[in-house]
Design a protein around this ligand. Structure first.
Ligand code: 13P
Length: 274
């Protein structure tokens, strides 16, 4: 992509991020890697809803500023993603409220609850907390970047990336929408995971269509473990699932609904009668 188009698209995406409340104040940052390897990025401490094409910073491939605008303090996170993923040309970091709620609760968005999300995004793991703009954050993210197209960062926010800025934005939006649906389903009593055979079919469809490659098989962890395959992100700590959290309160106590308790007691009584 050329610099003029990148500047226009970053301003448009910044406005969308702000209007959709994925960022407030000067939160978030966006960048595009140009065809010549330079990076056009949002400058530090600017409201993403009120940028102009002239506001943006340009750096070389190593993140050194090429003009008088200071790039985002989180440019190192963008550079990490560009290094690990030669296919990626754009990065979008924001604090969308539902996705960030997962990150604050210490939860990955990793449950296979929506067919469309398995097809287009896959699992969104949670990177351990690291101080923003330092190596702590990029070190926590490094093992995850090559397997996933979007990540949560503990107690911080979310980042998504793609072959262009619209794909990066769409992935961020899918992450946020999924987190919102998961939270709503939880209020309705809990979501049901898709069964292993349905996940397998979706993975076959997405790989045949080229939506996602084999390295993105993380959302299907349950399926992979059942079939003794190795999860490609096995080098990361196992994410906490919100199902695990819904079942226990962290002290080892088990929480059950009234219906589940009645069912258990009924079974125990009928076993005692035999
Ligand atoms: P910058 O303004 O430096 O890009 O930082 C914004 C942000 O979201 C920090 O998490």
């Amino acid at each position: 992509m050329d610099e003029k188009t990148a500047r226009r698209e970053i301003v448009n995406i910044g406005r969308l991020l702000y209007e959709r409340s994925y960022v407030v104040s000067s939160d978030g940052n966006v960048s595009v890697r140009l065809d010549d390897g330079r990076i056009v990025a949002t400058p530090t401490m600017i409201c993403k809803g009120r940028m102009t094409e002239d506001s943006l910073a340009v750096t070389d491939a190593a993140g050194r500023a090429l003009g008088d605008r200071r790039p985002s303090s989180e440019l190192a996170m963008h550079l990490l993603i560009y290094q690990e993923r030669p296919d990626v040309k754009a990065v979008c970091h924001a604090h969308p409220p539902h996705g960030t709620a997962f990150a604050v609760a210490g939860l990955a968005i990793d449950q296979p609850i929506l067919s469309e999300v398995i097809l287009t995004l896959g699992c969104v793991p949670l990177a351990a907390y690291g101080t923003p703009s330092t190596d702590e954050l990029t070190d926590a993210m490094r093992p995850l970047v090559k397997h996933h197209n979007a990540l949560l960062m503990a107690n911080h926010g979310a980042v998504a990336y793609g072959t262009d800025l619209w794909q990066a934005f769409d992935r961020l939006e899918t992450l946020e929408h999924t987190a919102r649906i998961a939270i709503l389903a939880r209020l309705l009593g809990g979501s049901k995971n898709l069964p292993a055979d349905a996940i397998e079919k979706l993975i076959n469809v997405r790989e045949a269509a080229g939506y996602l490659g084999e390295s993105a098989r993380c959302q299907a962890c349950g399926y992979l473990h059942e079939t003794q395959m190795t999860c490609p992100s096995g080098d990361r700590p196992a994410p906490t699932s919100y199902y695990d959290q819904s079942a226990t309160n962290g002290s080892g106590k088990i929480a059950l609904t009234r219906e589940e308790l009645v069912e258990l007691l009924t079974q125990a009584v009928s076993r005692g009668e035999r």
